[in-house]
Design a protein around this ligand. Structure first.
Ligand code: MF3
Ligand code: CO
Length: 248
């Protein structure tokens, strides 16, 4: 069952999302050739701590870091470490924040130095898929409308949509009902109601949609090892509009 958020809850999630936005902006500004993924993780941890907030991913199912940092063919859940980012890489930055018991979740994929034009188009298209997803996520619509919006744009641009991982409800916990697929599914298709808060997070691949998990038990990579991009916002379904809580 989906427990809806009231006004006080929404204010709490807004405050969490503001900290998240500052953390993500700070990390993003530090993405240059030569930086290590652990250095990016440390920046996010510092901003979150400065606000008296908590890193929502740290310790979640024993995840060992604040950020997920996923490079090139890594789709999601890359673990920060001593790896150095190089000119021409793309890097997905995903962070979750808990403040006063309220959770927010957001991600973006950014270029490192100068990247290939085709890969730049993958990034732009994935971000546009997120915008379309937000546009489809209106009170009275259904969860599948989000997947249809994402998949139509992604496939018309020649990219594939990752099917094994979904968006999700968020706010009271890191992951709540409902699941929010990016690819149309036959499973539950609930109607979107005012008071729902969702993490919407399309993942697009340059090649095929299949992915696999590396031996570290976390890092999800494309099976064909071609690049992948990921953009995520936490959004609130309101009576008359949808609010992007993690907007820049
Ligand atoms: N944003 C991702 C998600 O919603 C990352 C969380 S996985 C974690 O699933 F284990 F790192 F927390
Ligand atoms: Co998420």
């Amino acid at each position: 069952m989906t427990r809806l958020k009231n006004q006080a809850d929404l204010d709490g999630i807004r405050a969490s999302a503001r900290v998240l936005r500052e953390a993500l902006d700070s990390v993003r500004a530090a993405v240059v050739p030569g930086v290590t993924t652990a250095e990016l993780d440390a920046i996010a941890s510092q901003v979150i701590a400065d606000h008296g907030a908590k890193a929502a991913f740290l310790g979640y199912m024993d995840y060992p870091a604040t950020l997920c940092v996923s490079v090139n063919e890594e789709v999601i859940h890359g673990i920060p470490g001593e790896r150095t980012l190089n000119d021409g890489d793309i890097v997905s930055l995903d962070v979750g924040v808990e403040l006063g018991g309220y959770f927010s979740d957001a991600a973006c994929t950014v270029p490192v130095g100068k990247i290939d034009g085709q890969v730049a188009d993958l990034l732009a298209t994935t971000e546009e898929c997120l915008q379309r997803a937000v546009g489809a996520a209106k009170a009275g619509a259904r969860v599948r409308d989000i997947a249809v919006a994402v998949t139509e744009l992604a496939e018309s641009a020649g990219y594939s949509v990752v099917r094994q991982y979904c968006g999700h409800g968020v706010g009271f916990q890191q992951h709540e009902d409902p699941q929010v697929p990016n690819y149309p599914s036959d499973e539950g298709n609930p109607r979107l109601k005012p008071g729902m808060v969702l993490a919407v997070e399309p993942m697009l691949n340059l090649g095929d949609w299949e992915v696999e998990v590396l031996a570290d038990g976390w890092t999800v990579v494309t099976s064909d090892r071609r690049p992948s991009a990921h953009f995520e916002h936490t959004i609130a379904i309101l009576d008359d509009r949808t609010e992007v809580l993690t907007a820049a």
